[in-house]
Design a protein around this ligand. Structure first.
Ligand SMILES: Cc1cc2nc3c(=O)[nH]c(=O)nc-3n(C[C@H](O)[C@H](O)[C@H](O)COP(=O)(O)OP(=O)(O)OC[C@H]3O[C@@H](n4cnc5c(N)ncnc54)[C@H](O)[C@@H]3O)c2cc1C
Length: 291
C-alpha cells in the first residue's frame, strides 16, 4: 500500500488546528485538497513517508470575491467554481483564465483546486501559466503572520515550491489591470487531454492610440523546470505601437528567457520553436478580443 505509514487523517474545521498536526509530524504531514495530483503520487509509490493527511476542504477556503482591485479566489475553490467568475465570458482581461479552464477534463474540474494546482509546482499544468500571465499573487498562512508572494517566488523547481511545512496557500489574487486590457492562453498538447508540451498566457494593456502600456508573457509546459515569465518579450512590447512586426519580434524574444527540456514527448528544439509560434498566436488571440 502506497500510504503504508499513514497514522492520521484529519479534517480540521479551523485553521488553528492545522498547526498542531504539522508540529507533530513535520515533513510527514501533507495537505490534501482535491487529491487529483496526490492520487498520482500515491499510485507511483511516492507517498510512503507520509504519516498524516490534512484535508483542507472544511476550512472555508473556497469562494470568489470580485472587488474594484480584481478577483480574490479562495485556495480550495475548484476549477468548476472558478468557472463561475462573474463576467468571465465577457471581460477581455480574463480571457486567459477562460481559455485555460477549457482544457482540464470535467472530472478534474469538479475536484481540482486552485491552491492544489499551484502548490504542486508542476510546469506542465495549464492554470498556473494562466495565473502567472494574469499577474497572480498568493496569500500564504503558516504558524506566523499571513504573507503574500508572487507566483515566481512560489515556483522554485520541478515539483518544488517555496512553502515551509504547514504553510497553506489561502488565496489567489488576480489584479484588474488598468486601462484597456486583454489576455489569452493557448496550449500545445500531444493528444487530447495530454499535459502541455508548451503553453503560453499573455496579458496586454493598450492605449486608445494603439500603444502597448503594459504586458505579461508567461510560458509553461516544459520550457523550463517551472512556469516562467519572459521579461525580454514584455520589454519589447511595453511602450511600443502594436504592429504585426512587433508581435513577431516579441514572440521571437521568448527564446532568450526559456530553457526548454527534452523528454519522451518532445525535444527542446521543438518546444523552443513552438513556444515562439504559440506566443504569437496568444498575442493575436488576446488582441482580437479587444475588437
Ligand atoms: C487526468 C488528469 C488530467 C488533468 N488535466 C489537466 C489539464 O488539462 N490542465 C491542467 O491545468 N491540469 C490538469 N491536471 C492537473 C490538475 O490541475 C491538478 O492535479 C490539480 O490542480 C491539483 O489540485 P488538487 O486540489 O487536486 O491538489 P491535491 O492533489 O490535493 O494537492 C496537490 C499538492 O498541493 C498541496 N496542496 C493542496 N492544496 C494546498 C494549499 N491550499 N496550500 C498548500 N499546499 C496545498 C498538496 O499537499 C499536494 O502536495 C490533470 C490531472 C489529472 C489527474
Amino acid at each position: 500500500m502506497a500510504l503504508r505509514n499513514l497514522k492520521e487523517f484529519c479534517i480540521p474545521a479551523k485553521r488553528e488546528q492545522v498547526g498542531a498536526v504539522f508540529d507533530k509530524y513535520g515533513d510527514g504531514a501533507l495537505f490534501l485538497a482535491g487529491g487529483t495530483f496526490i492520487h498520482g503520487l500515491e499510485a507511483r509509490g511516492l507517498l510512503s513517508e507520509v504519516e498524516a493527511l490534512v484535508d483542507i476542504r472544511k476550512l472555508g477556503l473556497d469562494g470568489l470575491a470580485v472587488t474594484a482591485e480584481g478577483i480574490r479566489i479562495g485556495a480550495a475553490t475548484t476549477f468548476a467554481g472558478l468557472a463561475q467568475t462573474p463576467d468571465l465570458n465577457n471581460a477581455a482581461w480574463l480571457g486567459a483564465l477562460k481559455d485555460a479552464l477549457a482544457y482540464p477534463p470535467m472530472q478534474i474540474r469538479n475536484v481540482a483546486t486552485v491552491g492544489g494546482c499551484l502548490a504542486a509546482a508542476c510546469p506542465f499544468f495549464d492554470l498556473p501559466t494562466a495565473f502567472m500571465g494574469l499577474d497572480g499573487r498568493i496569500a500564504v498562512q503558516g504558524s506566523g503572520a499571513q504573507r503574500e508572494m508572487e507566483l515566481a517566488e512560489l515556483f522554485v523547481g520541478l515539483f518544488e515550491n517555496s512553502l515551509k511545512p504547514g504553510e497553506l496557500i489561502t488565496e489567489l489574487m488576480l489584479p484588474k489591470p488598468v486601462g484597456r486590457s486583454t489576455s489569452a492562453f493557448i496550449k500545445l498538447e500531444g493528444t487530447a487531454n495530454d499535459l502541455a508540451l508548451v503553453n503560453v498566457a499573455v496579458r496586454v494593456s493598450v492605449d486608445p492610440d494603439g500603444i502597448c502600456r503594459d504586458a505579461r508573457v508567461a510560458l509553461g509546459g516544459g520550457v523550463g523546470d517551472r512556469v516562467l515569465r519572459s521579461p525580454s518579450a514584455e520589454g519589447l512590447l511595453r511602450g511600443q505601437e502594436i504592429t504585426d512586426k512587433l508581435l513577431r519580434a516579441a514572440a521571437e524574444a521568448v527564446g532568450q528567457d526559456i530553457k526548454p527540456m527534452t523528454d519522451h514527448r518532445a525535444s527542446a528544439a521543438y518546444r523552443l520553436a513552438m513556444a515562439k509560434v504559440f506566443t504569437r498566436r496568444a498575442l493575436n488571440r488576446a488582441l482580437g478580443r479587444l475588437n
